[in-house]
Design a protein around this ligand. Structure first.
Ligand code: UDP
Ligand code: MG
Length: 315
């Protein structure tokens, strides 16, 4: 971590197989930044792209070496690791994150900076007229709701990566050494004066989303288990209610058997109760496993990613 340079802006962009989007991103992003009238740097992390992204990034670094830095990973570690690697190296006082696919228009950056200049240490973007599939939009509404209920994080749109952070917040994130975490939520928990602005949202300029259904589920599970113990606590309560219900049923069955001498279907009912309780217990084991797994990953403290090369001018 270097000391932040006053009025210096760092723009962080994770890149994974974005060869079709990078040329347009460069032509739209740099003029916006040049027009700000402040010092800036753009840090691209190439997250193990299999296409020509790295060549394009190299060319861009050659064209604008003074303001462009490229971190090249040896493999794919995911969007959040790509952002973390850049966070560990930012030089600026204000840090903006952005997607490479132009879903977040670079033209919105000045709006975020205006809020930062007004004294906020965290500016979250939320997407106006979101341009994603119906399924994505709806699923994200549901998970927003769950997050609101289970954590103390307030955010209109957790999926929007167009955000600005103060350097203090970024340094806190880096120090926390968090793995597979949800950066906007983590940043929120470290901020003291957060705000939000509406930003335009465009369709992915080219290519397809890197998020499969499975990856989205994982990400959201991370979000909930990474920030709250609510799943475990709810589970305990749910299991308690089930156990009480089953106990009552067993008492009723015993009563019928002993005093009314009625033992029709008794065994099957007991099986039903038993199977139900076993399935409840199995969910619980899975849930505990999730937390144990996360603890293990943190305790193990293995290197989170491997940087093959860094292209940058000396400070
Ligand atoms: N990305 C990445 N590594 C990955 C997946 C995605 O660096 O493993 C980058 C990607 O290049 C883009 C951003 O993260 O800049 C968001 O990805 P994408 O557009 O696929 O996600 P969506 O907009 O569908 O949520
Ligand atoms: Mg996208």
């Amino acid at each position: 971590m270097s000391a932040p340079v006053a009025n210096f802006l760092s723009v962080v962009i994770p890149v994974y197989n974005e060869e079709l989007n990078l040329p347009m991103l460069f032509t739209r992003l740099y003029p916006v930044l040049d027009g700000l009238g402040r010092r800036y740097e753009v840090i691209f992390t190439n997250d193990g792209s299999q296409d020509r992204s790295i060549e394009l990034l190299r060319a861009q670094h050659a064209a604008r070496p003074d303001v462009t830095r490229v971190i090249d990973f040896n493999a794919n570690y995911g969007q959040h690791m790509a952002i973390m690697a850049a966070f560990e190296r930012v030089r600026g006082e204000v840090v903006v994150t952005l997607d490479a696919d132009l879903q977040n228009p670079p033209e919105e950056i000045p709006q975020l900076l205006a809020k930062m200049d007004a004294g906020h240490d965290y500016v979250g973007g939320y997407r106006l007229n979101r341009q994603d599939s119906f399924f994505r939009t709806y699923a994200s509404k549901v998970i927003n709701y769950v997050r609101e209920k289970t954590t103390s994080i307030e955010m209109t749109d957790q999926g929007c990566m167009l955000r600005a952070y103060s350097r203090q917040v970024i340094d806190a994130i880096v120090r926390s050494g968090a793995i597979n975490t949800f950066i906007p939520a983590l940043a929120y928990s470290f901020s003291s004066n957060p705000t939000e602005v509406g930003v335009k949202h465009e369709e992915r300029h080219a290519g397809v989303s890197n998020y499969s259904f499975y990856k989205l589920i994982r990400l959201n599970f991370d979000l909930i288990t990474g920030f709250s113990l609510a799943p475990l606590q709810y589970f305990t309560m749910f299991a308690g209610v089930c156990a009480t219900g089953s106990l009552l049923l067993v008492l009723v069955l015993a009563y019928m058997r002993i005093f009314l001498n009625d033992n029709t279907n008794g065994v099957f009912t007991l099986f039903g109760v038993l199977f139900f309780l076993i399935s409840v217990a199995m969910i619980g084991i899975g849930l505990i496993g999730e937390y144990v797994g996360r603890t293990y990953q943190v305790v193990r403290a293995r290197q989170k990613y491997f940087v093959k090369e860094i292209l940058e001018a000396k400070e």
